[in-house]
Ligand binder design. Structure first.
Ligand SMILES: C[S@@+](CC[C@H](N)C(=O)[O-])C[C@H]1O[C@@H](n2cnc3c(N)ncnc32)[C@H](O)[C@@H]1O
Length: 412
């Protein structure tokens, strides 16, 4: 058995994006057959079988029959905190929501927002310095992707004041000041397990204290929302306690888009991706990545190079399928990071040995080609890598409008 041609259960699960349990079940049901490694008797998967299955999963010529589109019954206003380069804001704008103000500390991200939307009210600076009371009872939704930080626990139910000094405190403080019918926080999946779940539990108890019921938390997969990238975002929705309307998450679409859809003319974009600046790999990394085929990763290297490139990680066992990875045209891209050439998360272009350019990055995050980014190339990558994919933001926007429409009708 030439192990190079096989994947462990963990690796196959990571590549396919399903749990090990699902893969075991698929093996029993004959959907994806494993073979047994002769020495350990562990399940291993033929690489080729996994590729064929992925091809079937992602390249189905299916028509998307799901739509979350809904028209707003009146103008609804958003206050967007931690706005970055505007991924969520542009998405919500596309859904029909109106941004009344956006707060962001980073000067380059603020410049990005201003050059693209001169009419937007961009409040540049540390959120701690702003008071939002003037928006009280006049904003329909407060949104924000607060960076995740630990709280210090006194061993009791966490209250707003216990969270002072964190950016979540600021998010909750603004929600309290503005008193919108609904608030939406977004974060990384890791928040679920941060401090063994206590951080999220603390956030929920704080929002409860300031008068919001929390909808069961969900992690949305961007690939289900017209985004050609396997990114995930945790969504934390609070509904003001005097409102009995149920918030519903956007329904997942049944069509999945691939890298080809991001960079070439097609359903997602009317033209091929425009040319732009981009980072380069250092020579050593380029030589390594030259040896990797599309959809391949470090395991495709000769054994001596695997050991050299992976260093100590080589001996830690399988997985790490995002290292020295070359993306295939017919699969969604792996999650983009804030810096495209960083170790452990290489996402190499399918045909050329280089990271994605700035405009390719923006496409994979579903930013329109007209959306310009300010600052150095590194600053631009950072803003794009930090963003909520625009199309996911748009679908979240529809779910907010759906909620607000029902609320408006109830108010009349
Ligand atoms: C995950 S990013 C948000 C991305 C944004 N939602 C988007 O879709 O493009 C978090 C942002 O919070 C900003 N930030 C961090 N600390 C801040 C503070 N004290 N006040 C205001 N903004 C802050 C960062 O500069 C960063 O742009």
């Amino acid at each position: 058995m030439v192990m190079k041609d096989f994947l462990s259960l963990a690796e196959a699960a990571e590549i396919i994006g399903k749990s090990k349990e699902t893969l075991r079940r698929w093996d029993n049901e004959g959907i994806l057959n494993a073979v047994r490694e002769p020495v350990s008797n562990y399940r291993v998967y033929r690489k080729n079988d996994v590729q064929v299955l992925l091809g079937n999963l992602f390249n189905k010529e299916i028509e998307d029959t799901v739509s979350n589109f809904i028209e707003p019954l009146r103008d609804y206003s958003v206050l967007e905190l931690f706005a970055g380069a505007g991924g969520l804001a542009v998405g919500m704008e596309k859904s029909g929501l109106k941004c009344v103000a956006l707060n962001e500390i980073d000067k380059w991200a603020c410049q990005t927002l201003r050059i693209n939307r001169p009419h937007w009210n961009v409040l540049e600076g540390d959120i701690k310095e702003f008071n939002f009371s003037k928006y009280r009872d006049s904003v329909d939704v407060v949104t924000g992707g607060f960076p995740c930080q630990a709280f210090s626990y006194a061993g009791k139910k966490l209250g707003l004041n216990d969270a002072r000094g964190t950016l979540f405190y600021e998010f909750a403080r603004v929600v309290k000041e503005v008193n919108p019918p609904i608030c939406i926080g977004e974060n990384v999946r890791g928040l679920l397990s941060h401090e063994k779940g206590k951080t999220l539990e603390g956030m929920i108890s704080i929002l409860d204290e300031i008068g919001y019921n929390i909808v069961p938390v969900k992690v949305l997969k961007a690939i289900n929302y017209k985004v050609p990238q396997k990114r995930e975002r945790l969504i934390l929705v609070g509904v003001r306690k005097d409102i009995s309307i149920k918030y519903e998450y956007p329904k997942p679409h049944n069509k999945v888009y691939n890298l080809k859809d991001a960079l070439k003319k097609g359903e997602l974009f009317k033209k091929n991706v425009p040319k732009s600046e981009g980072a380069k790999y250092p020579q050593y990394k380029k030589e390594i990545l030259d040896l990797i085929p599309q959809k391949g990763y470090w395991r495709d290297l000769p054994l001596d190079l695997q050991k050299e490139y992976m260093g100590g990680s080589f001996y830690l066992g399988g997985g790490k399928t995002g290292m020295a990875r070359r993306i295939g045209w017919d699969e969604p891209c792996l999650t983009l990071t804030c810096s495209p050439a960083q170790k452990q998360t290489e996402r190499c272009h399918p045909d050329e040995t280089r990271p994605f350019t700035v405009r390719e990055y923006a496409r994979i995050q579903t930013f329109p080609d007209e959306w310009k980014f300010s600052g150095s190339t590194a600053q631009q990558y950072k803003q794009i890598g930090n963003a909520v994919p625009v199309n996911l933001g748009q679908e979240i926007g529809y779910s907010i409008i759906n909620f607000l429409n029902k609320y408006s009708v109830n108010q009349d």
